[in-house]
Design a protein around this ligand. Structure first.
Ligand code: RB5
Length: 149
C-alpha cells in the first residue's frame, strides 16, 4: 500500500517518525513535505496529500500540524476526501470502519510519538465495513455534489 504523508512545521518531526515507522514495515511512502522546522502554511500540505489520493497516487494519507485541525479542514475541502482528526485509537479504527476515512490527521502538539504510531497502525490496518455505513458515506458524497439530502 502507498501512503501519502504531509505536515507543516508543527508536524514535521512527527511526520519524520511516521515515515521511518512506515518504511520499516514495508509501506511505500510519498512524502509531500514539509522538510524542515521552518514556518509554512498547513493548507498546502493538506491539499497535496488530498490531491494525491484523489488522483490515485496513494491509497491513504496521514497529515499532521500542531493540532491536526487546520490541515484536516484544508484536506476536507477536496471532494472525495474524508479526513479524520484522531487523538486515540478507537476513533482511528472507527474512522476507517464506519466513515471510510481516507486521511488520518493528527496534532503533534496534542499527542506523543508512541500514541501517534499506534494510531497510524490501527488506521492503516482497518478496513471499511461497508453495508449501512456505505449508504451514509454516499450521503456525504451527495452533500459534496450540492444535493439536498
Ligand atoms: C501553526 O502554528 C499551527 O497553527 C498549525 O500547525 C495547526 O495547528 C493549525 O491548525
Amino acid at each position: 500500500m502507498r501512503v501519502a504523508l504531509g505536515a507543516d512545521h508543527g508536524g514535521y518531526e512527527l511526520k519524520e517518525a511516521i515515515r521511518k515507522h512506515l518504511e520499516t514495515q514495508g509501506f511505500e511512502v510519498s512524502d509531500f513535505g514539509t522538510h524542515s522546522n521552518e514556518s509554512v502554511d498547513y493548507p498546502r500540505y493538506g491539499s497535496a496529500v488530498g490531491s494525491a489520493i484523489i488522483k490515485g497516487e496513494a491509497e491513504l494519507g496521514i497529515i499532521i500540524c500542531g493540532t491536526g485541525q487546520g490541515i484536516s479542514i484544508a484536506a476536507n475541502k477536496i471532494p472525495g476526501i474524508r479526513s479524520a482528526v484522531c487523538s486515540e485509537t478507537y476513533s482511528a479504527r472507527m474512522a476507517r470502519e464506519h466513515n471510510n476515512a481516507n486521511i488520518l490527521a493528527m496534532g503533534a502538539r496534542v499527542i506523543g510519538v508512541g500514541l501517534a504510531l499506534d494510531i497510524v497502525d490501527i488506521f492503516l490496518k482497518t478496513e471499511f465495513a461497508g453495508g449501512r455505513h456505505a449508504n451514509r458515506v454516499n450521503l456525504i458524497s451527495s452533500i459534496e455534489r450540492g444535493e439536498t439530502i
